[in-house]
Design a protein around this ligand. Structure first.
Ligand code: NAP
Ligand code: MG
Length: 454
């Protein structure tokens, strides 16, 4: 493996920077340093740890534009989305800055003394991040982990390391101890695997493909270390005949084509009750035609290019032999462009079952509520989903019956940092975000103090 990796601007297809790949010795040295720095960090008063994270949040806020521009260049995200992502990182830090003083244990009644529990940090936490949302996904791990008193070693995807590298620098500018939040660039097979195998990395958070996630979990099992997995999805957007069809059709493109469909929560299956199937497609076509694909630097752009040439080839492979109902538009020329596609699919078609991770949506009809639920659950995945209906009872029944971690009714919202996020089945293990995330980066210690030693 060469010592550097070339970053390519997805909107132009041109390489623009070389990034160093860390060697095994460098990864080990970073972990060794994190072990030392963490001991001091865990001893810092809760209020001072909270203050340090608030300072980090403020410095990120001051650099939202710079971080956003880096994401446009490195990942091809539309500038407005990238600004949202950078602001989100600051908000996540602010939210978990409230955790250090709130990580209370319990006092449990016992005779002959006092029994209390403590939420102890693991030590060093390893976080492995994919290329689709480089800074937001990183923050979901590092903010609560740091708040709970851990050190963090973070590996961005090789394709998209720039915002993570910058966040690592901003942490130091904000006054966090050097080495407490260390960003290590390099390959998954070397850096990521070292987080898994190194005995001093005591918890791993992995976001990425189900295939690699299983491998990471197996490695963590050998080291008896806990692992959080956020994996793939094939989420259903279920449209019932009693839905507001105009709203459901208008919202559907954004729910799957946002970030060019490279979103683990993408509603990449639209399940439509048969009685309104034709009408829904009629309404969907102009909504897809109006979806603005283009230069990510423009504020009017809703969707940029795909991440790489090889990923575009993979996505295009799914369209071979598929029944494409209609497509949106995309720029010509260099860059990894692909117009969105709406495919009419059968239940056993590959495009209805496998995660595409691109701007492709499969539309399938269903008969009644029971059939809709069956179809929604007919997948190995269980990350997200949406239910469109004006019937309250149905909304409650269906949202309880669909096996997914994150559902929304008459909405496609999936991610709010103060609500839990994560998948069932092959979509993952454990939850991120929400009120309890900092506690997930601790292990409980129980201590009994005898009042009458015997
Ligand atoms: P990936 O290949 O699984 O890679 C994810 C991360 O793991 C990258 O940083 C990668 O490093 C690293 N990695 C690769 N092989 C590894 C190994 N053997 N051991 C340790 N780390 C390793 O996934 P991707 O191609 O980047 O992302 C697309 C996938 O991620 C999709 O399936 C998508 O659904 C899923 N995803 C899920 C969520 C979620 O929250 N549920 C969010 C985003 C993405 P390098 O690539 O740099 O070598
Ligand atoms: Mg990969």
């Amino acid at each position: 493996m060469s010592e550097t990796f070339t970053l390519v601007n997805p909107a132009t297809g041109r390489g623009f920077r070389e990034v160093r790949r860390a060697s095994l010795d460098e990864v080990d040295a970073t972990i060794a340093r994190a072990v030392v720095v963490q001991r001091a960090w865990a001893g810092v008063a809760p209020v001072a740890r909270a203050d340090a994270l608030r300072r980090f949040a403020r410095v990120v806020e001051e650099h939202v534009e710079e971080l956003a521009q880096l994401e446009v260049l490195n990942s091809g995200h539309p500038i407005e989305s990238a600004r949202w992502e950078a602001s989100h990182v600051a908000q996540v830090l602010n939210f978990y800055a409230g955790a250090p003083e709130r990580l209370s244990g319990q006092q449990i009644p016992v005779s002959g003394g006092l029994d209390v529990t403590f939420h102890e940090p693991y030590g060093v936490v390893g976080i492995i991040v994919p290329w689709n949302f480089p800074m937001t996904i990183a923050s979901w791990g590092f903010a609560p982990a740091l708040a709970a008193g851990n050190a963090v070693v973070l590996k961005p995807a090789e394709l998209t390391p720039l915002t993570a590298i910058r966040l690592g620098e901003l942490a130091v500018e904000a006054g966090l101890p050097e080495g407490l939040f260390a960003v290590v660039t390099g390959s998954g097979s070397l850096v990521g695997q070292r987080f898994v195998s190194h005995p001093n990395v005591r918890k791993v958070v992995f976001t990425g493909s189900t295939e690699v996630g299983i491998d990471v979990a197996a490695g963590c099992a050998r080291g008896l270390k806990p692992v959080t997995l956020e994996l793939g999805g094939k989420s259903a957007n279920i449209v019932f005949d009693d839905a507001n069809l105009e709203l459901a059709a208008a919202a559907a493109p954004g729910a799957v084509f946002d970030n060019a469909g490279q979103d683990c929560c993408a509603r990449s299956r639209i399940l439509v009750q048969r009685s309104v199937y034709d009408r829904f497609l009629e309404l969907l076509e102009p909504a897809v035609a109006a979806w603005r694909v283009g230069d990510p630097a423009l504020e009017s752009t809703q969707m940029g290019p795909l991440i790489s040439a090889s990923h575009r080839d993979t996505v295009a492979g799914f369209l071979e032999g598929a029944h494409i109902a209609f497509r949106g538009s995309a720029p010509e020329g260099d860059g990894f462009w692909m117009p969105p596609a709406v495919v009419l699919a059968g239940r056993d078609d590959r495009i209805a079952r496998d995660e595409v991770f691109g701007p492709v949506v499969a539309v399938l009809p269903f008969d009644d509520e029971a059939d809709g639920i069956r179809l929604a659950n007919d997948t190995i995945y269980g990350l997200a989903g949406s239910i469109w209906t004006e019937n309250l009872g149905r909304a409650v029944r269906v949202s309880r019956a669909v096996k997914s971690g994150v559902l929304s009714v008459n909405s496609h919202a999936s991610v709010r940092y103060w609500t839990p996020f994560g998948g069932m089945k092959a979509s993952g293990l454990g939850r991120e975000l929400g009120p309890d995330a900092a506690e997930h980066f601790t292990e409980t210690k129980n201590v009994f103090f005898a009042t009458d030693p015997s």
